[in-house]
Design a protein around this ligand. Structure first.
Ligand code: GLY
Length: 331
């Protein structure tokens, strides 16, 4: 079996002009570190479930991405985080939403799944469950980063709610980019036993209403895995992904219409999402190890690694531009 992991660190209006060379290096190094963790597990014969858990854990630990440390601010200046995970072998799933004190929401989602009584826990109940499971809690200040704070202050000043992440670098230079950026992190994997898994985690969208829940913790919307079709993790304007059940829809198109993964992804990301104003993308892997990473935004932080193979990362939209050929870069 061709074990493989793919990751994303969020989609958005990420152009070459937005990132300095140093920032691009930082993002690529972070993606490489995340890939290494998941790839290592797969190479040692570990499960897809463990590989996506480790990858999303590492993404949550990295302040560059909108999940865990580095999460965006709500309208009230607080942080509320969502995460989910799904096992394609058994269809077991776990998720947490609106948590404010968990260092790694993805570990809580995994515990919910393993506990087996429920699929989704929210707010204080989710936090109490995670504390009882021995997971690490943090003070609210833990999630703070200057970049997200500046992004939130800017959103407040301009009175624009729903500001999406990955705009901090460009806000000063291109204020019109506000609202065109989105985040979330995720991973999908196929292991040597032929099992698929997906995991997704996010801080949501900047200046969101307190209590708002996006697609990321909703099984079928921002995360889905089924050995019969594919493992999918989404990033983008959550409300549109919820309305389409985007992650599930990729697998459904494969199961019911017999489509290949690439065709199913194309329909969801390039046709169905734009039709309702949906911006973003997804990463997906099928049971044969085919990986697809479509997005309808300007860019998406992403990477892919096969067991025993090279690691590669990319950020921008592929195009006919002269530099496109060098975009998929060995990490
Ligand atoms: N896609 C992440 C969110 O909307 O919360």
């Amino acid at each position: 079996m061709n074990a493989v992991i793919a990751i994303h660190g969020g989609a958005g209006t990420i152009t070459r002009e937005d990132l300095s060379a140093a920032q691009e290096r930082d993002y690529r190094a972070a993606l490489e570190h995340v890939l290494l963790g998941g790839q290592g597990i797969l190479e040692r014969g570990g499960s897809a479930l463990d590989a996506v858990t480790e990858a999303v854990f590492r993404l949550e630990e990295c302040p560059l991405f909108n999940a865990g440390k580095g999460a965006v601010f709500t309208h009230a200046g607080t942080h509320e985080l969502d995460a989910s995970i799904m096992d394609g072998r058994s269809l077991a799933a776990g998720a947490v939403a609106c948590v404010k004190s968990l260092r790694n929401p993805i570990l809580a989602a995994r515990r919910v799944m393993e506990d087996g009584r429920h699929v989704l826990l929210v707010g204080e109940g989710a936090e109490a469950f995670a504390r009882d499971a021995g997971l690490e809690t943090v003070a609210p200040g833990y999630y703070f980063t200057e970049a997200r704070y500046a992004q939130w202050r800017r959103a407040l000043a301009e009175g624009r709610s729903g500001l999406l992440d990955h705009d901090a670098q460009a806000l000063a230079a291109r204020p019109e980019a506000i609202g065109a950026r989105m985040g979330t992190v995720g991973a999908v994997a196929l292991d040597a036993q032929g099992n698929l898994a997906a995991a997704t985690s996010t801080g949501g969208v900047t200046d969101k209403c307190v209590g708002r829940v996006g697609d990321s913790p909703l099984i079928g919307a921002g995360c889905y895995a089924n050995n019969r079709s594919a493992a999918v993790s989404c990033t983008g304007t959550g409300e549109t992904f919820i309305r389409l059940l985007a992650a599930y829809d990729v697998g459904a198109l494969m199961e019911y219409r017999g489509l290949a993964l690439a065709d199913a992804c194309e329909i969801v990301v390039m046709q169905k999402l734009p039709a309702i104003g949906g911006l973003g993308g997804l990463i997906a892997v099928d049971a044969q190890g085919t990986v697809c990473m479509p997005f309808n935004s300007e860019g998406m932080y992403r990477g892919e690694a096969r067991a025993g193979g090279a690691r590669a990362t990319a950020i921008y939209r592929p195009s006919a531009a002269p530099r496109a050929a060098e975009e998929w870069r060995p990490a």
